[in-house]
Write a protein that binds this ligand. Structure first.
Ligand SMILES: Nc1ncnc2c1ncn2[C@@H]1O[C@H](COP(=O)(O)OP(=O)(O)O)[C@@H](O)[C@H]1O
Ligand SMILES: [Mg+2]
Length: 274
């Protein structure tokens, strides 16, 4: 059914996939704010930044988009699902940063990373480590991260660390055993869902990207009432908006209409609640 709906509307890609594709990035107020916090912290070498947000608010999308927008002089590593031991975590970071070699133990791994950071710094380069789903890190891994943030010269932090996670991350950081790490966090930001008046632009932005519209003409439109209903059911959470819009487009295709109105959306909501 999906490929047929793509053809019906003339999409090159599915507009409401739930993957975190930077190509579809929508500059919502919250995402733009989160971005400026991140860029500020990285460029000013602030050490550790924490970004939190509920599931589906766009944290992973933010991380991936950040990587595409960083100055090419900034080297980066992105760890997506950190269910690893502390030395596995180090190995992954080293691999993602493109550091080559065989390292027998944790000490060798840390030394290799340190050498790399000093070398990059001497070239005027900055290095960023982003860890997504950081609420899944154990105390040992978080402590390892604090040790990495100790790598510094007299003048600046050598490694900028961005911890991204669900709100449980904040609770974890309050643990007495992580007090030292918690004290080092210089910038914190909490992602919220889209504002009510951003939902329509978000939906149409994704449609525009999916059909590669250059002249502003979209092959399908959601009416203002449909958008209002989508807002009510998603409370502005992009992930839920995507799921609902995908369904609504499928219904539109079945009913052979290119205008998605409130009735179509209501029907999808009902089906999803069954
Ligand atoms: N600013 C945004 N622009 C475009 N799509 C977004 C944005 N924020 C979230 N999304 C979409 O919402 C869905 C969930 O986003 P994701 O980044 O996976 O959330 P989280 O990591 O917070 O759970 C994805 O399909 C993603 O493409
Ligand atoms: Mg995510």
């Amino acid at each position: 059914m999906k490929p047929m709906y793509k053809t019906f509307y003339g999409f090159h890609e599915e507009p409401f996939n739930v993957t975190s594709d930077p190509e579809f990035f929508f500059s919502s107020t919250r995402h733009v704010e989160a971005f400026s916090h991140l860029i500020y912290a990285i460029e000013h070498r602030k050490g550790i930044v924490v970004i939190t947000g509920e599931i589906g608010t766009g944290k992973t999308t933010l991380c991936r988009t950040l990587l595409t927008r960083l100055d090419p002089k900034i080297k980066s590593a992105l760890i997506l699902n950190p269910y690893f031991s502390d030395s596995q975590l180090l190995q992954l970071i080293i691999k993602d940063l493109g550091i080559e070699g065989k390292f027998k133990n944790k000490l060798e791994l840390v030394n290799a990373l340190n050498e790399f950071l000093i070398h990059e710094s001497s070239q005027g380069h900055n290095v960023v480590l982003i860890i997504d789903e950081a609420q899944n890190l154990g105390v040992r891994q978080l402590e390892q991260i604090r040790l990495l943030s100790n790598l510094e010269t007299e003048k600046a932090k050598l490694l900028q660390i961005v911890l991204v996670g669900q709100p449980e991350l904040l609770a974890k950081l309050q643990l007495p055993s992580l007090r030292q790490l918690n004290q080092r966090i210089t910038v914190r930001f909490h992602m919220l869902p889209l504002h009510r008046d951003e939902v329509g632009n978000y939906v149409h932005h994704r449609i525009k990207i999916a059909c590669r519209a250059t002249n502003g003409h979209l092959p399908v439109a959601f009416t203002p009432h449909a958008i209002e209903t989508i807002y009510r059911h998603s409370q502005g959470t992009p992930r839920l908006i995507n799921i609902l819009c995908d369904r609504a487009l499928l219904s539109g295709y079945v009913q052979e209409t290119k205008t998605i109105d409130k009735d179509v959306v209501d029907q999808c909501v009902q089906e999803m609640q069954k």
